[in-house]
Write a protein that binds this ligand. Structure first.
Ligand code: A3P
Length: 287
């Protein structure tokens, strides 16, 4: 466990393991042994940089696989997370497992390219991601971060943050996907899902080989909406000291406009232009 200092000396408490920083609440052994984690052909692997909508998409995918909404059942996404659980715990989960991870492509289990489970890859615009990650680090006690949004954004750009730089993450995954065309990968963005949930949930359902009525797909959208999830999951996920949900904070596109100063925004735009120039993904900052 290390304390990473920002430019003002405020620190973020992180776990250093396998050559990079991770959340301190993760399981160190699971991370160390990540490359050797056995996967199954019928797994679904949800992969995203933190704060890109992982909780949301995980719920959708689980329901689409099950073919029904279990209203009474509340399950913790983290119990299906690669960096959270020892191998034997993951091995005890019945198929088909909807696993999830923020692991960079290069550190993913070797079985990804052997068993070739379906991958659902999600991404979010860098500015909303920066805001959401800031509240994640100030809101979840083990990170112990009390710094400013500006200084936090600089840590993010430097990559001295859990899971490293988001630009490296996107670059690594885009490269991994393009170099392995035999992998079956669904690529989706938080913004598209937010703007047109029904169409995106239908696309996900087709990717998973399921054929549902629009009525059912609409029920999935309604059940997994921000308001519904916030209510249902409130007690399961991390809370700030004030009792606010960190994982279901605001759920919007464009909240970055309330946090970036003009100067920080101009600086960040230049970074995005430089760091993300080769990306083929479409990043949208407003709807
Ligand atoms: P904000 O902090 O901007 O509100 P992750 O699950 O990858 O950690 O991502 C968390 C972000 O997704 C948070 O963003 C959270 O509010 C948002 N989110 C979670 N569930 C959502 C939903 N059902 N609809 C829209 N956004 C959702």
């Amino acid at each position: 466990i290390e304390k990473v200092a920002d430019e003002n000396g405020d620190t973020l408490t992180l776990l250093f393991c396998n050559g990079m920083y991770w959340a301190p609440v993760f399981n160190e052994q699971a991370i160390e042994n990540m490359r050797d984690l056995p996967l199954r052909t019928d797994d679904i692997l949800l992969c995203s940089y933190p704060k890109s909508g992982c909780h949301w998409v995980w719920e959708i995918v689980r329901i689409l696989l099950a073919g029904q909404i279990s209203h009474g059942e509340v399950v913790h996404k983290e119990s299906f997370m690669l960096e959270w659980n020892p191998h034997d715990v993951l091995a005890s989960l019945p198929s088909p497992r909807v696993l999830n991870t923020h692991t960079p492509f290069e550190l993913m289990p070797r079985d990804l390219l052997v068993k070739k489970p379906k991958v659902v890859f999600y991404y979010r615009n860098f500015k909303d991601l920066a805001v959401s990650f800031y509240y994640h680090h100030t809101g979840i006690p083990p990170f112990e971060y009390n710094g400013s949004f500006d200084a936090h954004t600089k840590l993010l750009v430097k990559g001295t943050i859990d899971h490293g730089s988001p630009f490296d993450y996107i670059r690594g995954w885009e490269k991994g996907i393009s170099e392995n065309p035999d992998l079956s990968v669904f690529v989706g963005s938080y913004e598209d899902l937010k703007e047109n949930s029904l169409a995106e949930v239908r696309r996900l359902s087709e990717f998973l080989g399921r054929d549902y009525s629009d009525e059912f797909l609409q029920q999935v959208c309604d059940f997994t909406s921000f308001e519904s999830m916030k209510k249902l999951k409130a007690d399961l996920t991390f809370k700030t000291k004030e009792g606010e949900s960190v994982m279901y904070r605001k759920g919007q596109v464009g909240d970055w406009k309330n946090h970036f100063t003009v100067a920080l925004n101009e600086w960040f735009d230049e970074i995005i232009q430089r760091e993300n120039a080769d990306s083929k993904l479409k990043f949208r900052y407003t709807l």
